[in-house]
Design a binder for this molecule. Structure first.
Ligand code: NDP
Length: 278
């Protein structure tokens, strides 16, 4: 791939997704650019949902001098595959099996996954200590896959994964253990959502249930000090439930900002001061 000097102005960025019209990434990155005094263009890039189209969009963007691309649903795994076969991957992207940040490194496509570290940085901002904590995560999809390694690296002692489909949680633990010695050493526990009981320091909802009107079948014997929902932008019954119990709660908007800041910092080598208000 042709490498175009990042000194060219303005610098161009995109977020590739389907659908993509709702994405807040352009506004977030423009805010970052203003903060550090850079002239950027950040556009939403629709792409048909197939690997050939995704590859064509990525190639056209970087061959045309683009500096960095974010990747969102449903392309994170395709981006991982492409970097795996034709480029390079960060440790977080390798373990996550998904890429949300693309850039060129020495002319080759490089993929990273900043979602999990974005979450960790937001938890630190909230003042929720992570060291030696017991964390439970509800959900065993792509988001869970991306957040476990950064949480353990931040000092979390134990992680329990509860999922509607128990076999998926069990499969996830085996796969992540094979990809990371740190995860392997922690022997993650798995259970169903109904059977998740006890008092956790931090409880994270990483299911996509917030997109529907359904509610999680939470046990009466489940409690926590802090409850975090990766979803944002709507009322979240999960957070209401634990706030009533006296837990501190947060939605995932700060994680969205956090993962974006980490992408921006890699692309531009500029440090972003968080939090920001949009
Ligand atoms: P996936 O589709 O990969 O996984 C969905 C998970 O939700 C699965 O574990 C699934 O269980 C579970 N689930 C779905 N519906 C229900 C239900 N009715 N009852 C119980 N469990 C259910 O999604 P992702 O992991 O990619 O995303 C999860 C959430 O995280 C989404 O809401 C997404 O928007 C959010 N997210 C937020 C980010 C941020 O920056 N704030 C970043 C990334 C994700 P099962 O295996 O049984 O099907």
């Amino acid at each position: 791939m042709t490498h175009v000097s990042p000194l060219l102005r303005p610098q161009h960025f995109i977020v590739i997704g389907n659908p993509i019209a709702h994405s807040k990434s352009p506004a977030i990155h423009q805010h970052f650019a203003q903060q550090v005094g850079l002239d950027i263009r950040y556009a939403r890039q629709f792409c048909p949902d197939n690997a050939d189209s995704f590859a064509a969009v990525v190639d056209a963007f970087f061959n045309g001098g683009g500096i960095g691309a974010n990747v969102t649903v449903p392309f994170k795994e395709m981006a991982y595959q492409r970097c795996h076969t034709q480029g390079t991957l960060s440790a977080h992207a390798t373990v996550a099996g998904a890429v949300n940040t693309l850039m060129l490194q020495e002319g080759r496509l490089h993929g990273d996954n900043t979602d999990g570290q974005g979450l960790v940085n937001h938890l630190h901002q909230l003042g929720w200590g992570l060291d030696k904590t017991n964390v439970a995560i509800i959900g065993a999809g792509g988001a869970t896959r991306g957040i476990i390694l950064p949480l353990l690296e931040a000092g979390v002692a134990t992680v329990t994964i509860a999922n509607r489909t128990l076999s998926k949680a069990e499969q996830l633990v085996v796969q992540l253990g094979a990809a990371s010695a740190l995860i392997q050493s922690k022997a993650l526990a798995t259970t169903t959502i109904e059977q998740l009981t006890g008092n956790f320091d931090i409880l994270i909802n990483a299911t996509s249930i917030g997109l529907s009107d359904a509610t999680l079948p939470l046990s009466d014997e489940l409690c926590c000090e802090f409850a975090y929902d990766l979803m944002y932008g709507r009322e979240l019954p999960f957070l209401t439930h634990f706030a009533k119990q006296g837990a501190q709660v947060s939605d995932g908007y700060g994680m969205l900002i956090g993962q974006a800041a980490l992408s921006f910092e890699q692309w531009t080598a500029k440090k972003i001061a968080l939090p920001i208000t949009l």
